[in-house]
Every structure is written in C-alpha cells, then in structure tokens.
Design a protein around this ligand. Structure first.
Ligand code: UD1
Length: 340
C-alpha cells in the first residue's frame, strides 16, 4: 500500500509543487490548508497536473481539535509542514500574529504527531544563517540571531523539532533550509501567487515585465560583490519540491542516521540581482524596466548554500538552470494574465 503524506499548507506555492512531486513519486497525499494566504488556484492546478484530486481538508493547524480529527480520519505516515505566515516585513509589524500562528500550528502538529511516533519534515529557511562571511554556508555554519520575527519562528521551530525528537521515542524530524525558491511548474498550472505588491524579487520582475508594475527597484548596487548587487542562491521550485520527496523517502525507508537531520536545499551557485535580471531578459527575449535604489533594510550581502550534504545523504541535486527557471516564472505570469 502507498504511504500517505500529509502536506500542511499544501495549497500554497511550495506546498502545491511538493504535492505534485510526491503524488508522481507514488505517495498518497492529503492536502490541508486554511486558505488564509492563497486561493484554490494552485490546488485546482495540482488536480489538473495529476488528473486526480488529492483529498483536501480545509482546516487551521492552530485548531488542535481539527489536527486531532485529521490524524484520526487519515492514516498519516509522514507530515510536511508548510502552514505558516511568511512575509518578513509583516512579521516585524505584527510579531504576535506571527509567533502565535507559526508556533502554535507547529506545536499542535507535533503534539499529535509525536504520540504516533511520527515523521515530521519542517520547512525552514536559509534566513537562519543571517549575515555570514563563511560562504558557502554548510549546515554546521552558526545560526545568527534572527533579524525578524518570521526568521525567529523558523529558528524556534527548528529547536522545537530537535528537542522533540530527543524526547519522544520514535519521532523523527528533518528540517530543510531553503535558499531562494523561484519559478513555476513547467505546465504553468501552478506557481507563486503573491498578494498585493510582491516583496520577493522574481514575482516583482515578472509583474514588471507583464506591465502590472512600472519599474523594478534593485535594492543597492554598492554591496561588496562583483557587480555591487546582492547575491543569492536561487533554487528552482520543482528541484526544491523533489528534495522533499527524497527526504520523505529517507524517513519512511528507515535510512536516517540521526533522529533529527538538517539539510541545505540550494544549488551552491551565487547569482546577483543584476545577473538574474539580465538572465530573465535574455531567456525571455524582453527588456525590463529597472532602476537602482537604496539598499533594503535587513538584506544580507550574499548567501549561498553548500548543498553537499543533501547531494550525498538525500541523493538530491538541483538540476535546472536559472534560465529554465526564469522561463517557467515568465510562462506562469503569462498564464495568470490570460486567465484575467
Ligand atoms: C526573503 C526573506 C527570507 C525568506 C525569503 C522567502 C528577507 C530579509 N529575507 O529572502 O527570510 O525566506 O524571502 O522567499 O526579507 N530585491 C530587489 N528588488 C525587489 C525585491 C528584491 O532588488 O523588488 C533583491 C533583494 O534586495 C535581495 C534579492 O533581490 O538581494 C532577493 O530578495 P527576495 O526575493 O526578497 O529574497 P530574500 O530577501 O533573499
């Protein structure tokens, strides 16, 4: 019988891509989402890609009774937890909202899952490394104190998972630290759906290219980097989703060497903002309206992953080029425009 994987926040950007990859790898997937930060567009896209409708449970993980009901209605072999708020600026403005939602939902999940000796995969972030001059970063690189409540919830949830697997017999945990997920599914049926003005670079680029935004501001061109703009490790969303399939397989096939493991999920390749913009223009054959603007407070100069551990232990490697990924992001933006 196929193993069943619960994807909390499974209707969102990363969750929807993970649902597709898990289902295509032969897992049964249960999607749970409260649609607080997305609509049904991506869930419907997932159904079209798969040609079937994974069970969808509309629920809030802050509601403990709902989490208990979910685990009694379904035989869950592993959980991937995405259900969390993710806007850095909003977390600074509304810290209590962020701590309450991101911590309570994870605690409820762990409380129920740990009783059953569960397998829990937590979606963490490279944000835990903060500003660092040891590049590329490995999983052993020290975490810096978080610069936002959002980043702090990622650190705290990692710690909660680490402590829980120590305490609760049979519980296993993996934290995946994502670098910068970008792009969309090659079908252009699922992708990122930012609400309002995008904070992240690639949705801002595609919205500028389609004419929704007048001009991209490149935040800072006086950084100590080769071209003066910040460097990041942009990871294709489908590559990223496949890392989850590898991690779930490692858990469910009894391959974990420790009860709690952490992996960087990145390409190992630094790309500057200017390089990304130029690659976008070139691969899609268009000119982007952009200007240089002051630095954005809180941005780190440069960060990219050493993904060796994930390559070796998960048997996972990023495969897509930044050009392929930027072409997929543009195809998704055009798909959205056609629907309007
Ligand atoms: C941000 C978050 C990170 C989160 C990630 C999720 C911060 C400090 N970090 O990462 O915690 O996990 O999103 O995807 O907010 N840029 C521009 N113009 C824009 C937008 C961005 O020049 O309009 C630049 C930024 O200065 C940065 C790069 O593009 O150098 C990437 O920015 P972004 O996509 O927001 O990601 P991060 O800030 O790296």
């Amino acid at each position: 019988m196929a193993k069943q994987v619960l994807v909390s926040g499974g209707a969102g950007f990363i969750g929807s891509h993970v649902t597709v990859e898990l289902a295509q790898a032969g897992y049964d997937v249960v999607v749970a989402d409260n649609f607080s930060n997305c609509d049904k567009t991506c869930y419907e896209g997932v159904c079209r890609i798969l040609g079937k409708r994974p069970p969808l449970v509309e629920m809030d993980f802050c509601d403990k009774a709902a989490v208990e009901k979910l685990f009694s209605d379904y035989q869950i072999d592993a959980v991937i937890h995405f259900a969390a708020f993710k806007a850095v600026g909003e977390s600074v403005a509304e810290p209590v909202k962020y701590y309450k939602n991101n911590l309570l939902s994870f605690l409820n999940l762990l409380e129920v899952a740990s009783v059953k000796g569960g397998n829990v995969l937590f979606s963490s972030s490279a944000t835990v490394y903060g500003e660092t001059d040891q590049l590329p970063v490995t999983e052993q690189s020290p975490r810096q104190s978080a610069t936002s409540p959002y980043g702090n919830t990622k650190q705290i949830c990692e710690d909660i998972l680490r402590d829980s697997v120590k305490a609760y017999l049979g519980l296993k945990g993996i934290a995946l630290r994502y670098f910068n997920p970008i792009g969309a599914h090659p079908s252009a049926l699922i992708g990122e759906l930012p609400r309002g003005v995008p904070n992240n670079l690639v949705p801002f680029i595609t919205q500028t290219a389609i004419g929704k935004r007048a001009c991209l501001s490149i935040f800072g061109n006086d950084y100590p980097t080769p071209d003066g703009t910040c460097q990041r490790d942009y990871i294709d969303i489908v590559d990223l989703a496949r890392a989850h399939v590898c991690a779930v397989a490692r858990m469910l096939d009894g391959k974990m060497e420790q009860a709690y493991e952490i992996y960087n999920v990145g390409t190992g390749r630094p790309v500057s903002v200017l390089e990304l913009v130029t690659a976008f223009e070139k691969v899609n054959g268009l000119k982007l309206n952009y200007k240089f603007a002051p630095r954005r407070p809180g941005d780190v100069t440069a960060i990219w992953a050493d993904p060796t551990l994930a390559n070796e232990k998960l048997g996972w490697k990023a495969t897509r080029t930044v050009e392929q990924t930027l072409a997929s992001a543009w195809a998704w933006e055009k798909h959205l425009a056609e629907k309007q």
